[in-house]
Write a protein that binds this ligand. Structure first.
Ligand code: B4P
Length: 182
C-alpha cells in the first residue's frame, strides 16, 4: 500500500474532498496547504494577515511561506501522508523533492484529478467560499493552467502519475482511487 501520496488538479477538481476521505480511511496525515493557510487567516496570525488578500484575489502565496508550512508538517510523526494542493509550480516541486530526500520519504504516487473547466466553475460557485467568486475563479484557473498544469508532465515523466476522471460522483471516484492505491 502506497503511503506517500499527492493530489494534483485544477481548483475545484475535488483534491481536498478525496484527500480527506483517503486520509481518514488510512489514518494518514492530510496536508492541504489551502486549509493550513485558511486556518492561519482564521486565527489572525502574522502569517494569516500576510496571505489573506493574496488568497482572496486567487493568487498563489509565496513559495517560501508555503514550503515552511509543508516542511513543519511533514516532520510530524505519521503513518503516511497525503499532500493536497502542493506543489503548485515547478519551483515548489523541486523544493518538495529536496525536503523528501532529506527526510527519506520519497513520493510514491500522484493522483491527477481531471475535470472540464465548466464543471469546476459550477462546483466552486455552488460552494461559495470567500475565494469562490466568478472573478477570483477566473484568476485561479488562469494561474493553474500556466503554472500548475506543467506538473502533470513532470510527474508523468517520473512514472508517478495516475489519471482519475474527476467528473463523476464522489463514491465512484474514491473507489477508483482505492483500487489504484495497491
Ligand atoms: P485550495 O484550498 O487547494 O483549494 P482548491 O484548489 O480550490 O480546491 P480543491 O480541488 O481541493 O476542491 P474541493 O475538494 O474543495 O487552494 C485555495 C487557495 O490557497 C489558492 O487559490 C492559493 O491562494 C492558496 N494556496 C494553496 N496551496 C498553495 C500553494 N501550494 N502555493 C501557493 N498558494 C497556495 O472541491 C470543490 C467543491 O466541489 C466542493 O464544494 C466539493 O464538495 C465539490 N466536489 C468535490 N468533488 C465532487 C464531485 N465528485 N462531484 C460533485 N461535487 C464535488
Amino acid at each position: 500500500m502506497k503511503k506517500h501520496i499527492l493530489f494534483l488538479g485544477a481548483p475545484g477538481a475535488g483534491k481536498g474532498t478525496q484527500a480527506e476521505l483517503l486520509s481518514q480511511t488510512n489514518s494518514y496525515l492530510h496536508l492541504s496547504t489551502g486549509e493550513l493557510l485558511r486556518k492561519e487567516i482564521e486565527m489572525n496570525t502574522a502569517l494569516g494577515i500576510q496571505v489573506k488578500d493574496i488568497m482572496n484575489r486567487g493568487e498563489l502565496v509565496s513559495d517560501e511561506l508555503v514550503l515552511k508550512i509543508v516542511r513543519q508538517n511533514l516532520l510530524k510523526d505519521n503513518k503516511g501522508w497525503i499532500l493536497d494542493g502542493y506543489p503548485r509550480n515547478l519551483s515548489q516541486a523541486n523544493s518538495l523533492n529536496e525536503v523528501l530526500n532529506e527526510i527519506n520519504q520519497p513520493l510514491e504516487l500522484v493522483f491527477y484529478l481531471d475535470i472540464p473547466e465548466e464543471v469546476l466553475i459550477k462546483r466552486l460557485l455552488l460552494r461559495g467560499r470567500k475565494d469562490d467568486t466568478e472573478e477570483t475563479i477566473k484568476t485561479r484557473v488562469e494561474i493553474y493552467k500556466k503554472t500548475t498544469e506543467p506538473l502533470i508532465r513532470y510527474f508523468k515523466d517520473l512514472s508517478l502519475l495516475e489519471y482519475i476522471d474527476a467528473d463523476r460522483d464522489l463514491k465512484t471516484i474514491s473507489s477508483d482511487i482505492k483500487l489504484k492505491m495497491a
